[in-house]
Structure formats: structure tokens, C-alpha cells
Design a binder for this molecule. Structure first.
Ligand code: PEP
Length: 251
């Protein structure tokens, strides 16, 4: 049975004091709440150590937002898997559309990162999704298929079980323009079928596929009610404890 997972991608937001306030706020609001899903937060690198201390006595898990595929070396400004693990990260977001479009990350680079993360026991949250132009050109499935096939090259079936896929249509990220539950469900269904062909039906059925793109408390329940939508990767709405927790409770 696959897990529902709500993850908050803080992006480049949150100095240390804000990290303390936000995580404490989430913990307070979830106190005594019987969680029906896994909850992950992905603060900026500078807040990870503090965040790790704060989440230790809670059910919240920690993710980083990116990682280099090399172990160490002359890569100014980059961060390695062992650095992330040393501050308690269990997950790492890889292939986010902002990394692809702003920082030029290719499917090949993302694949190297996924392989490295898996080899050291970090669970990738692997992001894919089409741009508005691609959707309007009716090539959403082709784009998503290419991203999945290239991103998962040489990933074994047992390793796939450690991955969360996040379908994030680029046109819906940070725009307030959310995909309808039906639009999202169609792509999630396509992804699950593709995984079934690439691996097996059982693996596909167990894969958590999150939706991301302007998820808010008022649209979360509609999206999460769809059979192939197994959670959400949340940007803007995760920066306020009450809206993030409302989305968690929509599970
Ligand atoms: C994201 O950055 O992954 C995201 C989904 O952002 P937002 O919720 O703000 O659209």
C-alpha cells in the first residue's frame, strides 16, 4: 500500500529564526493529531541542522532541496550527500523545475544525482513536469515520459521503491494556477502506467506520486481525493504553519 506524503519545499525562504518559528508552529498544530500521511519539510541548507533538532521529537522528516552527485571536491557552492546526512536529511528534492530552468540541470545530471542519492540511502523526491508551451502543444505525456525514462536510467526496481515522484506542471508552480484534479489525475495515471511498463505493476502501485503546483488548503482535498494522487509537494503554502497543516489535514 503506497503512502500519502505531504512535503513542504521552502525554496530560498527562512532564516534561522523563521525556521524555528515555522517548525514549532507546525509541531504545535499537529500535536495530538493522528497523522494520515508522512510529513516532510525541506528548509534551506543553512537551516537544516536547526530543523533537525526541532523535528527530532516529532513525526516530521527532513529533506534538502538539492545535492551534488559527487562525493566531495572542488565544487564551490555545492553540497554533498554526506553533508546532508550529517544534519539528519532522509530525503532530497531532485530535478525541481527551478533547478532545471534556472540552473540548467539536465535529465542526465538529475539521473546522476538520483543514482548517487540512492546509493547512500537518501530518498529522492524526483520532480517532473511540463511547461505551458508543452501542454498547449499536447506533448505533456511525451515530456513527462522522457523525464522519467532519463531520470530513472539504471535505477533498479528495489531502488525505485525509495523514490517519491512529484508531478509538478511548471505552469502551476508559484503561479496560483493549479491543475484541476482531473488534469493532474490524468498525468498521474499516465505516470503510474509508465512505471508499470518500465518495472512492474506492483512497483507502480506502491509508488507515491505527489502533485505540486499552487496547492493550497482550499484546493488540496479535491486533488488528494483522486486515486493516483498520493500527496503534495507544496511551495508557497508551506511557509505558513496553519496553511501547511491544513493541507496535511486534507489527507
Ligand atoms: C514547488 O515549488 O514545488 C511548488 C509546488 O510551489 P508552489 O506550491 O508555490 O506552486
Amino acid at each position: 500500500m503506497r503512502k500519502m506524503v505531504i512535503a513542504g519545499n521552502w525554496k530560498m525562504h527562512g532564516e534561522l529564526n523563521e525556521t524555528v518559528n515555522l517548525i514549532s508552529g507546525i509541531k504545535n498544530l499537529l500535536e495530538d493529531y493522528d497523522l494520515k500521511c508522512d510529513v516532510i519539510v525541506a528548509p534551506p541548507f543553512t537551516s537544516l541542522e536547526t530543523a533537525n533538532t526541532l523535528v527530532k521529537d516529532s513525526q516530521i522528516k527532513l529533506s534538502a532541496q538539492n545535492m551534488h552527485f559527487e562525493d566531495k571536491g572542488a565544487f564551490t557552492g555545492e553540497i554533498s550527500h554526506s553533508m546532508l546526512k550529517s544534519v539528519g536529511c532522509e530525503y532530497v528534492i531532485l530535478g525541481h523545475s527551478e533547478r532545471r530552468s534556472i540552473f540548467g540541470e539536465t535529465d542526465e545530471i538529475i539521473n546522476k544525482k538520483i543514482i548517487k542519492a540512492l546509493s547512500v540511502g537518501l530518498n529522492p523526491i524526483f520532480c517532473i513536469g511540463e511547461t505551458l508551451e508543452e501542454r498547449e502543444a499536447n506533448i505533456t505525456e511525451k515530456v513527462v515520459e522522457t523525464q522519467i525514462r532519463k531520470g530513472l536510467e539504471n535505477v533498479s526496481e528495489s531502488d525505485l521503491a525509495k523514490i517519491i515522484v512529484a508531478y509538478e506542471p511548471v505552469w502551476a508552480i508559484g503561479t496560483g494556477k493549479v491543475a484541476t484534479p482531473e488534469q493532474a489525475q490524468d498525468v498521474h495515471y499516465f505516470i503510474r502506467n509508465l512505471i508499470s511498463q518500465m518495472y512492474s505493476k506492483e512497483t507502480a502501485e506502491n509508488l507515491t506520486i505527489q502533485y505540486g503546483g499552487s496547492v493550497k488548503p482550499d484546493n488540496a482535498a479535491g486533488l488528494l481525493s483522486k486515486p493516483d494522487i498520493d500527496g503534495a509537494l507544496v511551495g508557497g503554502a508551506c511557509l505558513k504553519a496553519d496553511s501547511f497543516v491544513d493541507i496535511i489535514k486534507a489527507c
